[in-house]
Design a protein around this ligand. Structure first.
Ligand code: ATP
Ligand code: MG
Length: 263
């Protein structure tokens, strides 16, 4: 295990990605723009996981990674679904996760949720065996078969929750509908002094769903303008403005590792 690079962060817990092989973390939310892709990318990097991108829209993890579909001949996700083979992730090198990119056409070419759940389970099991690593899945905003499939196939479902009126209702709906799954709520983009009424609402919704609330990630306005492909947690040295973000992401990663070890 290299001292730096993806998955190296696990070494402080005496772990390597192979100790988490097959463990599947899904990042899902009903609402768009709440930080799913950002959290999926960073968690995949920290865990040394394969990042499976199931979001076909612009601004997806594949785009952040630097994947340009129009420059490629193969469409790993669609080809795998057509042939029944297990997709081989693209190597991300030391500073980006390995990636199974999404294709624009996936939106119109999704299997049913039931079939996709079985497919994802087959893939994650095979990656666990062959590549000896965990899997992180980024999803399209809720209500689409592939998102429900990923949620059903996940060992842990991270649900970013933004404490804003329009996001709150979506979080409440999701917690109610998906409460039978292993959800972990991750308050994201938390302002310095979040309105108390939203915290109370989130706690109530979490309580009703018996879903734990995990470590929160504060709001970092500069993140929106970031164009680098490298994971924030891969930067070395960590720029001053990113240091508290990196430590918050490490805390979240530590919580995820706790679930993976218990599994
Ligand atoms: N904690 C944060 N503070 C500030 N900005 C953030 C934070 N987390 C994510 N962002 C930014 O918010 C924007 C939306 O994030 P992201 O693309 O990850 O959301 P998403 O839920 O995947 O959206 P979509 O539903 O469109 O896929 C991005 O510009 C991202 O960098
Ligand atoms: Mg996204």
């Amino acid at each position: 295990m290299p001292e730096r690079g993806k998955g190296a962060w696990l070494a402080q817990y005496g772990l390597t990605p192979s100790d988490l092989a097959g463990f599947t973390v899904v990042v899902a939310a009903y609402k768009g723009g709440v930080g799913k892709t950002f959290l999926a990318y960073e968690m995949a990097y920290l865990l040394g996981a394969v990042l499976l991108d199931l979001d076909w829209d612009k601004g997806n993890a594949s785009g952040a990674w630097g994947y340009r579909e129009e420059q490629r001949v193969n469409r790993p996700l669609l080809d795998a679904l057509e042939t029944g083979r297990v997709p081989r992730p693209l190597a991300g090198g030391p500073w980006r996760p390995d990636l199974v990119p999404c294709a624009k056409e996936f939106g119109h070419n999704q299997p049913s949720a039931e079939r996709m759940t079985k497919t994802i389970e087959r893939w994650t099991a095979q990656w666990g065996q062959e590549l000896q690593c965990p899997v992180v899945i980024d999803t399209h905003p809720g209500g689409t078969p592939s998102t429900f499939a990923a949620v059903a196939a996940g060992n842990l479902v991270l649900t970013p929750a933004v404490l804003r009126e329009r996001d709150m209702a979506a979080t409440e709906d999701m917690l109610e509908e998906l409460k039978s799954y292993p959800l972990l709520i991750v308050p994201n983009m938390v302002p310095l002094s979040p309105p108390e009424r939203y915290i109370t609402r989130l706690e109530h919704a979490a309580g009703r769903a018996q879903a734990p609330i995990g470590p929160e990630i504060s709001e970092y306005k500069w993140l929106g303008g970031r164009t680098r492909r490298m994971a924030v947690t891969a930067t070395d040295p960590v720029p001053k403005r990113a240091s508290s973000l990196v430590s918050e992401l490490h805390k979240l990663g530590e919580t995820v590792v706790g679930y993976a070890r218990a599994a």
